[in-house]
Design a protein around this ligand. Structure first.
Ligand code: NDP
Length: 243
């Protein structure tokens, strides 16, 4: 039964990517600045921790239960995944300035279901290979994306003093060129992971991450331009100088 799950879950993730991508241009996911009025849920910090927790704990269980756990590449890839998700679940969520913010229950449920569909197959299907050029390229991309994502999230966090909830225009670093460098970094991370791991779940995760974050980057960009008349005109949504 678990083997069947590991086989069909990434196919479901891949099949959902296109409809999710298209629908998110019309209906932005309800959280953060795009939260629907009257949405009910948990405090945002707790919501982030709960919804991302399967990507730490279910993944760790699946990774350590996999047939090649303990081999060199499976060890490196598992630690790479956990580096991202321990940061996201515990560090990012602990540091966020979420005064009075709610994580809507519907968004949380969808995220938990997705994270289970995604993290268990990713953990179980990791396989050992020799450290070839693809592993080197993939891990390098992952680390570059991770650094971009960390820095961009840090810039946003420091726009608010503790207790503040408002929004201002982020400046510096990759914000000079794009409105959502945190998403660009995230997409690079999972592209790198997919190149290094070369498994169907890793490819499906990268495709779904793009399907999720490209429309949201567009919504964020449109939101900034509508809210701030002095928003930098040369700044793009996600890809410097292009889009
Ligand atoms: P946002 O950029 O919308 O927000 C990140 C944090 O910064 C929030 O606490 C937000 O507050 C705050 N913030 C955002 N813009 C401003 C501003 N202009 N002024 C002041 N504070 C601001 O990112 P997300 O919440 O969508 O995502 C958070 C992280 O999770 C990112 O690193 C992203 O890459 C990752 N992520 C990954 C996904 C994946 O598919 N792998 C999916 C979604 C997110 P508030 O919440 O109050 O708006």
């Amino acid at each position: 039964m678990l083997n069947d799950f590991v086989t069909w879950a990434p196919r479901v993730v891949l099949a959902l990517a296109l409809p999710v991508f298209l629908s998110l241009f019309f209906q932005t996911a309800s959280y953060g600045r795009h939260t629907k009025a009257g949405a009910r849920g948990l405090p945002a910090r707790l919501g982030w921790m709960l919804m991302e927790a399967p990507s730490v704990f279910a993944f760790a269980w699946a990774w350590t239960s996999g047939p090649e756990f303990g081999t060199p590449l499976v060890t490196v890839l598992g630690l790479t995944w956990l580096l991202h998700y321990v940061q996201r679940t515990f560090v990012f969520a602990s540091l966020m300035r979420d005064q009075g913010r709610v994580m809507p229950a519907s968004t949380m449920v969808m995220a938990i279901v997705f994270n289970l569909l995604n993290s268990i197959p990713n953990g179980m299907t990791l396989r050992d290979r020799r450290f070839d050029v693809w592993v080197g390229l993939g891990l390098t991309l992952f680390l570059v994306g991770f650094a971009m994502n960390l820095h961009a999230d840090h810039v946003l966090r420091t726009l608010r003093r503790p207790g503040e909830t408002g929004y201002s225009i982020p400046q510096g670093g990759l914000y000079t060129w794009v409105s959502s460098p945190n998403y660009l970094g995230e997409m690079l991370e999972w592209l790198g992971f997919a190149i290094a791991a070369q498994t169907l779940p890793a490819v499906a995760f990268f495709v779904f991450t793009c399907a999720n974050l490209v429309p949201r980057a567009w919504s964020n960009h449109a939101w900034y331009r509508a809210k701030f008349p002095d928003y930098p005109t040369g700044r793009r949504a996600l890809i410097p100088r292009v889009w």
